[in-house]
Design a protein around this ligand. Structure first.
Ligand code: XMP
Length: 317
């Protein structure tokens, strides 16, 4: 199959998919879990073009999304594309379930399990859904390396019996981005860095608290803003902040403080199996440190993680 590398090839792909999707779906209803990541967003945009209001997208805000993400999904898919979007604010539900849970794998299981339950509850409220759309891409099928299968809502009870709709399952990530661009999705959605299914949950190390999660979210927003301003967005493969579960002594506003550190991680990789650390200019690191320590409540230090993979994984847990 020809690789989709240009706008013209993407347009051809979109046209063919619209025909195929219409042939498969007819006048049936399609359900999609829309995270706002590039894959599910491209699937949503394709289905909106092909079957319009027959698509019902569900966006679950589990409280572990980055700053502005849920708002962007609603703005793009409800306000701009006028599609049928159900927004579920499940933040309290997830955070209550996660309270006091420090083990990384248990945290992942709770987030994944709860996601399926919320999605299932929404699906049960709807009538006449025949199809389930998924943003499966080719590497998910190949199950290569550590790219975790987070694209599907596998685990739904058997009585659902949906027919799967997977319009991008033969595409690689770079092709999905070209298609997304041709579909007119915003750059911020199309060129997003990889974001793990459990979201900021694995960057709020140990037991998640609302305060520390807010520190992860706010520091991540500052880091992303500064990377964008300084030409590093799109150049560095993945970058984010982590807030470990310990405090250290500092001085703030002339008083002693006892606050959390924020760790910056910025890595480059081909396949996420190994990774090297980005050489961020020292003055930019100093500027980001100043912003984070003055703008993020509860933080008094910023550290830069210099560890390649191996020995460090990309995420901290
Ligand atoms: P690690 O930390 O294993 O990460 O070096 C490799 C890549 O995988 C992402 N990652 C995840 N993605 N669910 C996901 O969907 C997860 O549980 C998960 N854990 C890590 C990580 O962000 C990096 O891109």
């Amino acid at each position: 199959m020809e690789r989709i590398t240009t706008q013209a090839l993407a347009e051809k792909f979109i046209e063919e998919q619209i025909k195929e999707l219409r042939a498969q779906i007819g006048n049936g209803k399609v359900l999609l879990a829309l995270s706002g990541g590039v894959d599910s967003s491209v699937v949503a945009a394709l289905l909106i073009k092909a079957v319009g209001q027959q698509l019902v997208s569900v966006h679950v805000n589990h409280g572990l999304l980055r700053k502005g993400e849920a708002e962007q999904v609603v703005r793009v898919f409800r306000d701009e594309l006028k599609s049928n979007l159900i927004y579920v604010d499940a933040q309290d539900r997830f955070l209550d379930k996660l309270a006091g849970v420090a083990d990384p794998e248990t945290k992942r299981k709770i987030i994944g399990g709860e996601f399926i339950r919320v999605f299932e509850e929404e699906a049960r409220k709807l009538e006449g859904i025949k199809f389930l759309a998924q943003g499966t891409i080719y590497p998910d099928i190949l199950e290569s390396g550590p790219v975790k299968a987070h694209h599907n809502v596998g685990g739904l009870p058997d009585d659902f019996d949906f027919e799967l709709v997977e319009p991008i399952k033969f595409l690689f990530k770079d092709e999905v981005r070209v298609v997304g661009k041709a579909l007119g999705l915003p750059d911020g959605m199309v060129f997003r860095q990889p974001f793990p299914g459990p979201g900021l949950g694995v960057r709020c190390v140990g037991a998640i608290t609302r305060e520390r999660l807010a520190a992860v979210r706010e520091s991540d927003a500052i880091l992303r803003e500064e990377f964008a301003k300084n030409g590093l967005e799109g150049k560095v493969w993945q970058y984010f902040t982590i807030v470990p579960d310990f405090k250290s002594t500092g001085v703030k506003d002339g008083k002693r403080s006892f606050d959390w550190p924020v760790v910056i991680r910025a890595v480059n990789t081909r396949d996420a199996m190994t990774a090297t650390v980005e050489d961020i200019p020292f003055d930019l690191l100093q500027h980001i440190t100043k912003r984070i320590t003055s703008e993020v409540p509860g933080v008094n230090r910023v550290l830069y993680d210099l560890t390649p993979k191996p020995t460090g994984t990309i995420e901290w847990e």
